[in-house]
Design a protein around this ligand. Structure first.
Ligand code: G3I
Length: 477
C-alpha cells in the first residue's frame, strides 16, 4: 500500500506525566523505603494513571466543576487519574455567554485542580454545533465565522501553556453513509471553517496538540473514512492538526468495533496522534469488563495512541447514568470493568509511544499560512523589534505580534503599522489599540510593558479584510 506523503509531527509540549515520574524517582532515591505520596501520583501499577504512565500513556476522566466539592469524587479523581477533560465548562456557551464577554470561572476550577495535582488537561471543545450560546446560534455567515475565530483565539490564548490537547473541532461530520459534513451553522459559513478553526487555535497556542474529535468514527465506516480523508488532506497541505480523538461511546447498538485497533492504526499512520477521548461502555459484569479490556489493549498496541479518557468517574456521574457505563459504581466502588482495565494496562506487551519525533516525508505543497515577517529592528540593537504572523481567511484575519526588547530592555512599548485599505481592527488582546483603520498603534498593557534585554511578549488583534503585507515597527520607552 502506498501512502501519501505526510508532514512530520509538530513539536508539542509534553504533559506533566514524565516530569512527575522524574520527581518521584528523585524523591524515591532520597527517601528510600519511606512511604511517599505526591498529589496525582499513586504507586505504579495499582492505579489507572500510574499503570498507564508506565506504558507511556495517560489515563484521564471528564470532570464536572460542581463535583469538585464531593470528597468521594475527588478522592477517586486524585488517586486514579492523571489527565482531566472539562465535561462542559470549556464549551462555547460556558466560556462566552455573551459576545466578547468571557467567563472562565468554572473551567478555571478544573484547570487549577488539575495543575495542583500534576494532571494534564484536555481542552474540550473550541468549535462545535452544540452548546453554542444563544447569541452565536442567531449569527450566520461572516459574522458567525468571525465570532467563532475570535472565540477560539480568546479561549486558547487564555489557556495558552496549560492545555496538552485541544478538541479544536468536535463532531463536524454527518452520521450514516454519506461521508458528508454535518449541516450546521458553522458548516454553512463555508467548507473551510474547520481548517480556519485549526489555524486560529495554532496561532493562539502553538504548544497545544490540536485534535479533531468525533463519535461513530471508532471503526472503519463512511464517517471515519471522511474524517480520514480530511486529516490526510490537512497533513498534505500543512493545516496544523496533531491528533484525532475517538470518543468511543459504546453500547449494545454501538459496540466496540471489531476493527477498532486497525482504525486507530490507520489514522496514526497519517502522522497524527490518536486519543480515546470520551470512553464509556454501557453494560455490567464480565461483558462490560471484557469490552473495556479490548479498548485498552487496542490503545496499547498502537504506538501513537497517547491515552484514554473515560467520560466520568462513577456511573451516577455519567451523561447516561442508566446504562451504568463507567468504572466505578454510584458509591465509588471499583467495578469488574475497573479491574479488567487496570489489568490490561499492567499486562505485558503493547507498543511504547515513540520517544523521539519520527522522520516524516516532506510536504507536497507549501503551507498556506504566510511566513512570519522578520523583525524590523536587528536583534541586539537598543529599543525593541516586532514581528507578525498572520492567520488569514477570506474576509478576515488574526494577527499575532511578537515584541522583543533590544539590549536596553523596555519600560513600555508601542507597535505601529499601517493596515491596507478595507482592513479594520475589530478586537485586540494583551495590548491597547489606537485606531482601527489605516495607521494604527498598539500600546503595552500594565503587565507586559517591562521586558528585560532580549525578552519577548506577544499580543494579538483580529480584523476584517486583509492584512497581508503589514510591517510592524516597535518603539520602546
Ligand atoms: O447545569 C444545568 C442545570 O443547571 C439545569 O438545571 C439542567 C436542566 O437541564 O441542565 C444542566 O446542564 C446540563 C449539562 O449537561 C450539565 O449537566 C445540560 O442541560 C446538558 O445538555 C448537558 O449535557 C452535556 C452534553 O454533552 C451536551 O451535549 C453532558 O453533560 C456532557 O457529558 C455531554 O458531553 C458530550 C461531549 O461534549 C461531546 N461528545 C458527546 C458527549 C456526550 O453527549
Amino acid at each position: 500500500m502506498s501512502m501519501d506523503p505526510v508532514r512530520p509531527d509538530r513539536q508539542k509540549r509534553m504533559g506533566p506525566g514524565p516530569r512527575v515520574a522524574m520527581v518521584l524517582a528523585a524523591a524515591g532515591a532520597l527517601v528510600a523505603g519511606a512511604a511517599l505520596t505526591l498529589p496525582g501520583t499513586a504507586s505504579a501499577g495499582t492505579t489507572l494513571g500510574a499503570s498507564a504512565a508506565e506504558k507511556g500513556r495517560y489515563f484521564g476522566t471528564a470532570v464536572a466543576a460542581n463535583k469538585l466539592s464531593d470528597s468521594v469524587y475527588v478522592g477517586i479523581l486524585n488517586r486514579e487519574f492523571n489527565s482531566v477533560t472539562a465535561e462542559n465548562e470549556m464549551k462555547w456557551d460556558a466560556t462566552e455567554p455573551s459576545q466578547n464577554s468571557f467567563n472562565f470561572s468554572n473551567a478555571d476550577r478544573i484547570v487549577n485542580h488539575a495543575q495542583s495535582n500534576g494532571m494534564r488537561i484536555r481542552g474540550h471543545a473550541l468549535a462545535w454545533h452544540q452548546q453554542q450560546p444563544g447569541w452565536a446560534q442567531s449569527l450566520s455567515g461572516t459574522a458567525l465565522r468571525n465570532a467563532m475565530l475570535n472565540h477560539i483565539t480568546r479561549v486558547a490564548t487564555y489557556y495558552r501553556g496549560k492545555i496538552d490537547s485541544w478538541d479544536v473541532v468536535n463532531e463536524a461530520f454527518a452520521d450514516g453513509n454519506t461521508g458528508a459534513r454535518r449541516d450546521s451553522n458553522l458548516q454553512r459559513t463555508g467548507n473551510d471553517w474547520i481548517e480556519a478553526a485549526f489555524r486560529a487555535a495554532d496561532a493562539a497556542d502553538p504548544g497545544a496538540k490540536l485534535c479533531y474529535n468525533d463519535y461513530n468514527t471508532d471503526g472503519q465506516n463512511a464517517k471515519s473514512n471522511a474524517v480520514y480523508a480530511m486529516v490526510q488532506d490537512f497533513k498534505s497541505r500543512g493545516v496544523p492538526i496533531d491528533c484525532v480523538g475517538f470518543q468511543s461511546h459504546f453500547n449494545a447498538q454501538s459496540p466496540v468495533p471489531s476493527d477498532y485497533q486497525a482504525n486507530l492504526q490507520r489514522f496514526a499512520n497519517l502522522g497524527v496522534e490518536v486519543q480515546i477521548t470520551e470512553l464509556d461502555i454501557e453494560g455490567s459484569g464480565t461483558a462490560q469488563a471484557n469490552n473495556y479490556q479490548r479498548v485498552v489493549q487496542a490503545c496499547l498496541a498502537v504506538s501513537r495512541c497517547a491515552g484514554i479518557t473515560v467520560w466520568g468517574i462513577r456511573d451516577t456521574d455519567s451523561w447516561r447514568a442508566s446504562g451504568t457505563p463507567l468504572l466505578f459504581d454510584g458509591s465509588g466502588n471499583k467495578k469488574p470493568a475497573y479491574t479488567s482495565t487496570l489489568n490490561a494496562l499492567n499486562a505485558g506487551g503493547g507498543t511504547p509511544p515513540p520517544t523521539t519525533t519520527p522522520p516524516g516525508n516532506p510536504p507536497t505543497t507549501p503551507p498556506t499560512t504566510p511566513p512570519t515577517t522578520p523583525p524590523t529592528t536587528p536583534p541586539g540593537g537598543a529599543g525593541c523589534s516586532a514581528s507578525v504572523s498572520l492567520n488569514s481567511w477570506n474576509g478576515g484575519f488574526v494577527a499575532t505580534v511578537r515584541v522583543t526588547a533590544g539590549s536596553s530592555g523596555t519600560n513600555g512599548w508601542t507597535v505601529s503599522l499601517t493596515l491596507p485599505g478595507g482592513a479594520a481592527v475589530t478586537n485586540t488582546w494583551n495590548a491597547s489599540a489606537s485606531g482601527t483603520t489605516g495607521a494604527v498603534s498598539f500600546r503595552n498593557v500594565a503587565y507586559n510593558g517591562r521586558l528585560t534585554a532580549g525578552q519577548s511578549t506577544e499580543f494579538g488583534f483580529q480584523g476584517t479584510g486583509s492584512a497581508t503585507g503589514i510591517t510592524p515597527t516597535c518603539t520602546a520607552s
